[in-house]
Design a protein around this ligand. Structure first.
Ligand code: NG6
Ligand code: CA
Length: 514
């Protein structure tokens, strides 16, 4: 009896399915599960090599990210392309070194650094049938540079013109105005009767500033960060109007995570690419109260816990939709760690024995290893065997490696500095790059396997030394380190090895003039 009822129900539902030819959500997910992998890049801001428990930290616990590392490939010698944000992001998305175009950290009202005619990673993915999205920090400029950005109209070009189907942005950085979200081409929640204006050279509007009203600040700020006060924090630059559109920094965690989850749900039945770009752990560090006190390191440590929570939320969402197995997840950072970067948030005072940059010298902005050697984890259960890789790898290679994964040919002018290292990305038994350029705002360095050559420069990089409490790693003489025996770059071998210096300088020049 029970059995026949079962058959009746089965035939009924089969009939219904056949009649309307509609795929159930479950069928759609199954289709996606077995086709091209989804790709998610988690890109943290200013996270150092030593900032995760998967990389040895004990003062902060990051179980969600540790799980990615445990079930994936954890790299010990992988690099962002530069020691600062804009150049690293430019290279990640274009496969081209940023120094070729002289790209530096951008102002919050800067024009777009990537030309809409340029080849990009999201365009490559679109061409291969992917839906693409960027959620989070942008800092690659907006508009065409012909005149000022009008924040009250559709802003273009932007991410949609370089290959993203959807974007939800912090337009520049958390410490730069405008402190509003941009969804696709429009500022979110903008009231037309209160238009938004931004200025980077002089005060506009009547909002209080950090330099005039320091008593209103929740965190003290240096001279670069003491302009318009939004949400109790002074920023770089002045902002007028746009009151209803102002963000609340403490809400970043849910607002961005929810946008990412919605994008994933909406695309569960087709391949998708999500570039999830955290604001954390960049300044101003204002984690939600859910995370405040999670560590003894104050806001900076608690912001790392927030990053871990957000990562866990998105990974759990992929899992719940049955998509995790067939999703290639890359977890990394845009440059090394910095403690003091403009605000008095006690990051330096409370750091204790925690080593944000692990065993490496320098930090964000620096030519020493900590400038670019960052956490890098690959998680892709379908293809990647768990392990630890000591191979030399650069984020700039994601472009060509992903193209190889999709068996998609690159044009000769496309992603010219990106090398295919798919084998290295997927397996601990692969050697990786022979040479790799590390870029700072002051000079270039070249890694040749375990050798590290830092070009001489007359730039004294004084703001790094004086304001950031970081060794910039620059000198008027060349430096050479053998990282096999001197991981902390303490023993400059340049005076003893002129021939190797000459060889590395000529290799560097050859890459530069490519
Ligand atoms: C610098 C800011 C710093 C930070 C950085 C960008 C000063 C002195 N310092 O110009 O606080 O915002 O830009 O960081 O203004 S990055 O991670 O986006 O490269
Ligand atoms: Ca950064």
């Amino acid at each position: 009896m029970k059995l026949s009822l079962f058959f009746v129900l089965c035939s009924l539902s089969l009939l219904m399915l056949g009649a309307c030819h509609v795929k159930t959500p479950h069928e759609s997910v199954l289709a996606n599960k077995f086709t091209k992998p989804n790709i998610v890049i988690f890109y943290v801001d200013d996270l150092g090599f030593g900032d995760l428990s998967a990389y040895g930290a004990t003062a902060v616990s990051t179980p969600n990210i540790d799980n990615l590392a445990k079930n994936g490939l954890r790299f010990t010698d992988a690099h962002s392309t530069a020691a600062t944000c804009t150049p690293s992001r430019y290279s990640l998305l274009t496969g081209e070194y940023a120094f070729r175009k002289g790209i530096r950290i951008l102002r919050g009202d800067a024009a777009m650094a990537i030309d809409p005619t340029q080849a990009t990673l999201p365009k490559l993915l679109q061409k291969n049938g992917y839906q693409t999205a960027v959620v989070g920090k942008w800092h690659l400029g907006l508009g065409d540079g012909k005149g000022q950005i009008d924040w009250n109209k559709a802003i273009t070009p932007g991410p949609l013109e370089i290959g993203f189907d959807y974007s939800f942005l912090i337009p520049s950085t958390g410490d730069r105005v405008p402190s509003v979200y941009l969804e696709n081409r429009h500022v979110v929640n903008l009231d037309p009767s209160d238009p938004l204006y931004v200025n980077y050279t002089k005060k506009i509007g009547s909002r209080p500033t950090g330099y005039e009203n320091p008593e209103l600040l929740r965190q003290g700020a240096d001279m670069q960060h003491d302009k318009t006060i939004i949400n109790g924090i002074s920023r770089i630059g002045w902002m007028q109007g746009g009151k209803s559109a102002e963000w609340v920094d403490e809400d970043f965690h849910t607002i961005k995570t929810d946008k990412a989850k919605t994008f994933i749900s909406d695309n569960a039945d087709n391949p998708f690419f999500l570039y999830f770009s955290f604001h954390d752990i960049h300044v101003p560090r204002l984690p939600n109260k859910m995370f405040q006190g999670a560590t003894d390191m104050g806001m900076r440590g608690d912001a790392i816990v927030q990053v871990d929570w957000m990562t866990g939320q998105i990974v759990d969402h992929l899992k719940a939709l049955g998509l995790l197995e067939n999703t290639l997840i890359i977890f990394s950072s845009d440059n090394g760690a910095v403690l003091t970067d403009g605000y008095d948030d006690d990051a330096l005072e409370l750091v204790g024995s925690h080593k944000p940059n692990g065993p490496f010298r320098g930090g964000k902005y620096s030519a020493f290893e900590a400038g670019t050697r960052v956490p890098f984890i690959v998680h892709y259960p379908k293809k990647v065997k768990p392990g630890v890789s000591d191979a030399l790898f650069g984020q700039i290679d994601l472009y060509a490696s992903i193209a190889t994964l999709l068996t998609s040919e690159l044009a000769s002018t496309e992603a010219i500095d990106s090398e295919n290292h798919l084998a290295t990305l997927f397996s601990a038994n692969s050697e990786g790059r022979q040479t790799l350029i590390e870029e700072t705002p002051f000079n270039l360095s070249l890694r040749d396997r375990h050798w590290k050559y830092i070009q001489a420069t007359n730039n004294r990089a004084s703001f790094v030394k004086e304001n950031k409490n970081i060794e910039a790693g620059v000198a008027v003489f060349p430096q050479l380190y053998d990282l096999n025996s001197d991981i902390g770059e303490l023993n400059n071998l340049a005076p003893m090895m002129p021939a190797r210096i000459a060889e590395m300088e000529s290799k560097l020049l050859a890459i530069k003039s490519k």
